[in-house]
Design a protein around this ligand. Structure first.
Ligand SMILES: Nc1ncnc2c1ncn2[C@@H]1O[C@H](COP(=O)(O)OP(=O)(O)OP(=O)(O)O)[C@@H](O)[C@H]1O
Ligand SMILES: [Mg+2]
Length: 345
């Protein structure tokens, strides 16, 4: 039975969403606007007394069965439990398991609306195996309450399409890439590195996800390094704080561990070398036989923004996306624009 009454249906807000629920962060383009939420989750067995202005979801009723009725997403989760936040990469099926929590988490970062009717284009690292499960997880009707908003929101969600991660980036870069030729993409994500070959018209010919080879592995190596442990008197460093530092656009802050004043650049330099050899190089090697015949070898994913990585890849002939973190989500959003009109009609 539909949770939305007829009058509510008329009032609902049709919202196209390109949803890239990554291991590191949920990237959503909602009605043309960007919303990034770090992929941290804290499931709650109680309803907190004081609620944050963003990042809190209370699932009241609906067609899905979330693990808990209340949860924090993103920085609200990190703030609540910096050592114990749940991450998508902790579970091989995490992108499916956390899909609902992440999507509603995105909505909790938007201004209040009484109704939503979502039209979603989503992606996953292995759409062949997990695509149907992701589609099911993101297709629902529910009533949820966000943040400290006084009233609840009715939501109905329809998935228009699920693509392999990285594929939509070709659409984003359609003016720079010759889609009548063969192309390669290399997606350096938080959890996975994915190497893909596309034939004419963007047809996916072959691809290989390198699981647990993404930037999180480098971050974990830095956190558990002897030098960090020595500095912290025997404790392992907090991976989230290292990630936040590396993402800082201000170079002076890139290697600062929280507010401790400890600069970990020397550890980064040593561990980057190991990560490049063990994680990035195998993906680049996998692509080698195709390079000679490819028109473009496009690099996407936030990992290319790590200090030193972009220059090295460009020096070996790769083209780095001008918007690597968002290239996949942008292409997904373009798909909603192509498919939505047809669905709504
Ligand atoms: N400006 C930046 N500088 C350095 N690192 C960055 C920057 N932006 C993002 N990253 C890092 O790049 C990594 C990959 O980011 P991205 O958003 O592409 O991953 P994801 O899509 O969430 O993960 P996956 O594709 O594995 O599911 C993250 O670990 C993130 O910390
Ligand atoms: Mg990604």
């Amino acid at each position: 039975m539909s949770l939305l009454t007829a009058s509510a249906r008329n009032a609902q807000t049709f919202l196209p969403i390109g949803f890239d629920g990554g291991h590191g962060g949920a990237k959503a383009i909602v009605n043309g606007g960007r919303c990034y939420v770090p992929a941290y989750f804290k499931r709650l067995t109680f309803r907190p007394h004081e609620l944050p202005p963003t990042g809190f979801v209370e699932y009241q009723e609906g067609t899905s069965n979330p693990k808990t009725k209340c949860w924090y997403v993103g920085n609200a989760a990190l703030e609540q439990d910096p050592e114990g936040v749940l991450r998508i990469g902790d579970n091989p099926k995490g992108k499916v398991e956390y899909a609902l929590e992440a999507l509603l988490g995105i909505l909790s970062h938007l201004p209040y609306q009484s109704h939503y009717s979502l039209f979603i284009a989503a992606s996953i690292h292995d759409a062949k195996t997990l695509g149907d499960e992701l589609l099911t997880a993101l297709s629902f009707e529910c009533i949820a309450k966000f943040n400290n908003y006084p009233t609840a929101t009715k939501i109905k969600s329809k998935v228009l399409i699920v693509r392999e991660e990285g594929h939509p980036a070709l659409l984003t870069h359609k003016h720079e890439v010759d889609l009548n030729a063969q192309n390669i993409t290399l997606d350096i994500g938080n959890g996975t590195i994915i190497a893909s070959l596309f034939g004419t018209k963007g047809r996916l010919v072959d691809r290989k996800p390198f699981a647990r080879a993404g930037v999180q592995r480098l971050i974990a190596d830095i956190a558990s390094s002897d030098e960090f442990t020595r500095y912290l008197g025997g404790e392992i460093a907090n991976e989230q704080y290292i990630r936040t530092a590396l993402e800082n656009p201000n170079y002076d802050q890139k290697f600062q561990y929280g507010t401790t004043g400890f600069n970990f650049k020397h550890i980064y330099d040593a561990k980057l070398r190991t990560w490049v050899e063990s994680s990035l190089a195998p993906a680049v090697k996998f692509l080698k036989p195709w390079r000679a015949n490819a028109s473009c070898a496009l690099v996407i994913g936030g990992g290319v923004l790590l200090p030193g990585v972009k220059d090295a890849l460009e020096a070996s002939g790769f083209v780095v996306s001008s918007d690597p973190v968002w290239a996949n989500a942008q292409g997904l959003y373009e798909l909603t624009q192509m498919l939505k009109l047809h669905e709504v009609a």
